[in-house]
Design a protein around this ligand. Structure first.
Ligand SMILES: [Zn+2]
Ligand SMILES: [Zn+2]
Length: 256
């Protein structure tokens, strides 16, 4: 669980943050223009981001064309209800948001953690802090963590933790040996992650928010939620930066 000085003294952290912002004015992490407001990303870049369409699945946030009067759940969530109740996403996995995720994950863009986490907070309900007990980042396989040096989902969870004043619970483990998700079909992806995760401790009666960077097929979040439910979680929700449309282009395939 996170319990550092900054979470114990939020006012001290806030005033220190203001001093740092004054001395080193923040720039838009995507276009490098100076930010006039406290927004995480400049207005021009935000305008180019694609929000989730109004018609999206009420559980997994998958965009789909819904006909009037029909269910608000996508076909998959109707036939195979996930263990999480709802997925929140900042926007669609395309344009500047996709570019930001790639830089954050693969090009050492660690400094993107703060602005991207701030975008994430904006897509969560205002009462999120009262609704959950802990944030659970989706883990990386240890060999991948060694080569990348950081887990992007963990960095996002740390920032969410500071903002929402909710601890991070690193109770999920990812087993070695699975094939990379990139390039696999939807069916292969689901089979590949099915046994990839385990929960290292009981989470009895906890209300948890899973944190990941991108949701493509939803297989990873489904698998993590299953494990947390089996470990005793009372309720589960999830948040990602970007939700991929089902009609994935090869460019949108994400390697974990
Ligand atoms: Zn910008
Ligand atoms: Zn769905």
């Amino acid at each position: 669980m996170e319990n550092n000085q900054s979470t114990r003294f939020p006012l001290l952290r806030a005033s220190w943050g203001a001093v740092v912002d004054f001395l080193f004015p923040r720039c838009c992490p995507l276009c490098k223009k100076r930010l006039a407001t406290g927004a995480p990303i400049c207005e021009a870049c935000q305008a180019k981001m694609s929000p989730l369409p109004v018609d999206h699945c009420s559980i997994c946030a998958l965009p789909y064309a819904r006909e009037a009067g029909l269910s608000s759940r996508c076909q998959e969530c109707l036939t195979d209800v996930p263990a999480f109740e709802r997925l929140y996403a900042t926007g669609l996995f395309e344009g500047p948001l996709m570019e930001a995720v790639y830089r954050f994950k693969y090009e050492g863009g660690v400094s993107l953690d703060r602005p991207l986490a701030e975008l994430m907070v904006d897509c969560l309900p205002k009462d999120m802090a009262e609704r959950i007990d802990a944030l659970v980042p989706v883990p990386l396989e240890s060999s991948r963590l060694k080569s990348r040096l950081y887990n992007q989902s963990d960095l996002l969870a740390r920032h969410l933790s500071r903002t929402l004043q909710i601890p991070v619970l690193r109770c999920l483990e990812r087993k070695a040996g699975g094939r990379p998700q990139q390039g696999l079909t939807r069916k292969e992806r689901i089979a590949n992650v099915k046994k990839a995760f385990s929960c290292s401790q009981p989470v009895n009666h906890a209300r948890l928010l899973l944190v990941d960077d991108v949701c493509t097929t939803g297989a990873t979040l489904r698998c993590c939620a299953d494990q947390l439910k089996q470990a005793g979680a009372q309720s589960l929700e999830a948040v990602v930066l970007a939700r991929a449309d089902r009609r994935l282009s090869p460019q949108q395939e994400v390697q974990r």
